[in-house]
Design a protein around this ligand. Structure first.
Ligand SMILES: NC(=O)c1ccc[n+]([C@@H]2O[C@H](COP(=O)([O-])OP(=O)(O)OC[C@H]3O[C@@H](n4cnc5c(N)ncnc54)[C@H](O)[C@@H]3O)[C@@H](O)[C@H]2O)c1
Length: 348
């Protein structure tokens, strides 16, 4: 019989079940608040991070992406897909898992599901940006696209930005019914709408979160009045956008990491000289955020590796003293580090 694995072989693993238990244990609003602050703290350390556009493997149906980054002490990567046609097959559009490791030894520190964690970190990132760029009195948000991410976005905007009403629209009324049902009792007034025009009525924030592998026009120019903050998160791949380019001509546009957003974001429609501001500069005071109440601000979100790094490090901290993980023996750890083969042989 094989000897038991050494203690060094074990890495904490957070399953989907444990992630759900953890979020309920601490409360989703607390988790979103803390995640927002964790991401903001890392955005303020921007220059320390290794940064590159994510590695994307495109197919006709979708994309599979690897998102690595490191701050010199910890290294993280996320595996994530984006397949808009998946829901018709009973599968999720976006599914993910990720890993955090020590830089000094290269040994992993954490392996975790990241489908839920991505929805949480995307909502936290949207809220982090909106609390700086949205009009100060923003109380109403239109939520166009009522799929997997939608409720997370609404709750984060309520908890962190103070949104009191969310106006839902989706081309599939069943998705809107689902989101409205799920948001009952969350402390947000929910209005289900039959058209996107109806959904944006009276909204100071418009979140677009649709999934279609196309240059879609979820918002046309005439739909966006002055003073609006647009949180555009669905267009995140070459050939996949949500906004008519005329909106971009009128907006002040903020991005995560410019070289990646030029490839994947709404701004892929624009001339390479189209001006954008990396959002970390607003946080650090190097660039201005909203400068005028009448300005249209656009967060052209595609999702960047540092947000996942922050989420993974936050999760490691939250696991301390809890039972919300299992130990998996991921690392082969022979007594003599060079005797890997001997370890295999002795297990016969
Ligand atoms: N920016 C980021 O960091 C980030 C993170 C996660 C997901 N995303 C992207 O957000 C999008 C939504 O993700 P999801 O997991 O909620 O997907 P989902 O498939 O669960 O939901 C998408 C919803 O959009 C609706 N929709 C499609 N076309 C529409 C249209 N023209 N008008 C209104 N509604 C429309 C669909 O009916 C569906 O309900 C995806 O494109 C995904 O890649 C971005």
């Amino acid at each position: 019989m094989a000897p038991p694995p050494s203690p060094l072989a074990f890495i904490p693993f957070v399953s989907v079940e444990n992630m759900m238990r953890l979020v309920h244990h601490f409360g989703i609003e607390t988790v979103l608040h803390e995640l927002t602050d964790a991401i903001e703290a890392d955005y303020l350390r921007w220059s320390l991070f290794e940064k590159a556009p994510r590695l994307a493997s495109h197919s006709q149906e979708g994309v599979i992406e690897l998102m690595p980054t490191s701050d010199g002490e910890a290294y993280a990567f996320k595996y994530v897909n984006g397949h808009p046609s998946n829901t018709a097959k009973g599968l999720q559009t976006v599914a993910a898992f990720g890993l955090l490791a020590r830089v000094d030894t290269g040994y992993p520190l954490l392996l975790t599901e990241m489908t839920l964690l991505t929805a949480l970190r995307t909502a936290a990132t949207s809220a982090m940006v909106a609390r700086r760029l949205a009009p100060k009195d923003a109380r109403v948000m239109a939520m166009i696209g009522n799929g997997a991410q939608a409720e997370f976005q609404a709750i984060a905007m309520k908890a962190i930005v103070g949104i009191e009403e969310v106006r839902l629209y989706d081309i599939d009324p069943e998705a809107t019914r689902k989101a409205a049902r799920n948001l009952q009792g969350c402390g947000i007034r929910v209005v289900s709408c039959d058209t996107s025009q109806d959904a944006i009525e009276g909204a100071q924030i418009i979140t677009t979160c649709t999934a279609d592998k196309a240059y879609a026009t979820i918002l046309s120019d005439n739909m966006v009045g002055s003073g609006i903050h647009i949180n555009a998160i669905g267009g995140d791949c070459p050939g996949k956008t949500e906004l008519h380019r005329d909106i971009l001509d009128r907006a002040a546009t903020f991005v995560e990491f410019e070289p990646q957003t030029r490839i994947e974001g709404e701004i892929q429609q624009m001339d390479p000289a189209y001006p954008v501001t990396e959002f970390w500069k607003v946080l650090s005071g190097e660039a201005e955020g909203r400068t005028d109440v009448r300005q249209i601000t656009l967060f052209d979100s595609v999702g960047f590796a540092i947000e996942d790094f922050s989420a993974l490090r936050y999760l490691v901290g939250k696991l301390e003293g809890t039972q919300f993980f299992q130990q998996l023996d991921i690392i082969a750890d022979p007594d003599d580090p060079r005797d890997l083969f001997g370890m295999l042989q002795r297990a016969a």
